[in-house]
Design a protein around this ligand. Structure first.
Ligand code: HEM
Length: 294
C-alpha cells in the first residue's frame, strides 16, 4: 500500500481514495496512511457485501416475507410519466411499438408520446418500511460471527445484567463474541436461535437492551458507516424485490440453508459456505417500467 501511494496510484483511483489521501497527508505518516487505507477498504466493503447477501437471502427464501416486503416497498414508490433514460430494460422493440399489449392483458408502459412509466423508489422514505429495516437488523443479529476486541484502560467491574459480575484488570484484552451475545436466550427470548423477520419492528417484541445488539459494534468505536450501510442494503433490496424474482437453479440446493463460512474472524459477516445459484427473472408485472432511486 505504501508503494501504491509513492507510485501515485491514488491519482488514478476513486475520488474517495484521493480525497482521503489529501486530508490525511498533512497529519499522518506514509505508513499510517497506508494502514488506514487498508482498514478503510475492509471496513467499507468486507461486511456490507456478505450482509447484503444474507438480507437478500432471507427476503427471497420466504415467500410470505417477500410478499410483505414487496407491499411495503410499493408504498414508497412514486409513479410518473416521462422520457425514460433507458435505464430499466427498455428495448428498441418497445420503443418502436409504443403502447402495445402482450396478449395477457399486460400493457407495456409507453404512451403515444413515447413517454414511459417511471417508478422512483424514494430513498428519503426508506425509514417508513419497518419490516425491511427489521429484517436487515435481524439478519445482522442472526448472522453475526465477528468479535469486538476491547483493551481495558483501567480496572473495571462489569455486570452481566443478571446475577454475575466480572472484574476486568487494567491492561486486559477482551474479545466480545457477537454470535454468543446475539443468541443469548436470557436477552432475546426463547426464539433467540430462530430467524424472526419482524423481531425489530417497533412495538413487536420485548424491549432489548441497546448494548445487546452488536451488529455495528458499540461505544466510541461504533461503526460510523451504520446508517449508510442500512440504507444502501435497503435500497438494493427494495430495487430487487420490485424488479425481479430469483428462481433457484435445479440441483443447486434450492432455498435450503447454505451455511456460513466461519473461517474469517476479522469480519462481522461472512459469505455462504456453498454457492447459491439462482436465475434472475424480471417480473412481468413491471415489464417496460423505468426504475430509479431518488
Ligand atoms: C452491513 C455493513 C456493515 C457492518 C455489519 C459493519 C459492522 C462494523 C462493526 C461490527 C465494527 C466494529 C465496531 C466496534 O468495534 O465497536 C465496524 C467498524 C467500522 N466500520 Fe463498519 N460495518 C458495515 C459497513 C460499514 C460501512 C459502509 C462503512 C463506511 C462507509 C464502515 C466503516 C467502518 C469503520 C471506519 C469502522 C472502524 C470504527 C472505529 O474503530 O472507530 N462500515 N463496522
Amino acid at each position: 500500500m505504501e508503494r501504491y501511494f509513492t507510485s501515485q496510484g491514488h491519482h488514478t483511483s476513486s475520488q474517495l481514495v484521493l480525497a482521503r489521501h489529501r486530508i490525511l497527508k498533512p497529519v499522518l505518516s506514509l505508513q499510517d496512511r497506508a494502514r488506514a487505507e487498508v482498514t478503510n477498504g475492509l471496513a467499507i466493503l468486507a461486511n456490507t457485501a456478505p450482509a447484503a447477501f444474507w438480507v437478500v437471502w432471507h427476503v427471497f427464501e420466504d415467500r410470505d416475507v417477500l410478499d410483505r416486503v414487496r407491499q411495503e416497498v410499493g408504498r414508497i414508490v412514486v409513479v410518473e410519466r416521462g422520457v425514460g433514460d433507458g435505464y430499466g430494460g427498455q428495448n428498441s422493440h418497445e420503443r418502436e411499438g409504443g403502447r402495445r399489449n402482450d396478449g395477457e392483458g399486460e400493457e407495456h408502459r409507453e404512451d403515444e408520446n413515447g413517454d414511459k412509466e417511471i417508478r422512483t423508489i424514494k430513498l428519503a422514505k426508506l425509514k417508513h418500511i419497518p419490516l425491511l429495516f427489521s429484517l436487515i437488523q435481524e439478519t445482522l443479529r442472526y448472522r453475526a460471527c465477528g468479535t469486538g476486541p476491547r483493551f481495558a484502560l483501567e480496572d473495571v467491574t462489569l455486570s452481566d445484567g443478571f446475577s454475575s459480575s466480572y472484574t476486568i484488570e487494567k491492561g486486559a484484552m477482551l474479545i466480545l463474541a457477537h454470535e454468543g451475545m446475539h443468541h443469548d436466550k436470557r436477552v432475546w427470548g426463547d426464539d433467540a436461535d430462530a430467524f424472526v423477520a419482524d423481531r425489530f419492528v417497533p412495538g413487536n417484541k420485548i424491549k432489548i437492551p441497546g448494548n445487546a445488539f452488536r451488529g455495528f459494534g458499540g461505544g466510541a468505536n461504533m461503526c460510523p458507516g451504520k446508517s449508510f450501510a442500512l440504507h444502501e442494503i435497503a435500497a438494493l433490496v427494495a430495487m430487487l424485490v420490485m424488479r425481479v424474482d430469483f428462481v433457484p437453479v435445479e440441483g443447486s440446493g434450492g432455498w435450503s440453508e447454505p451455511g456460513m463460512d466461519e473461517g474469517n474472524m476479522a469480519r462481522e459477516h461472512t459469505a455462504p459456505k456453498r454457492r447459491v445459484l439462482v436465475r434472475v427473472v424480471p417480473r412481468r408485472e413491471v415489464e417496460g417500467v423505468v426504475w430509479r432511486v431518488g
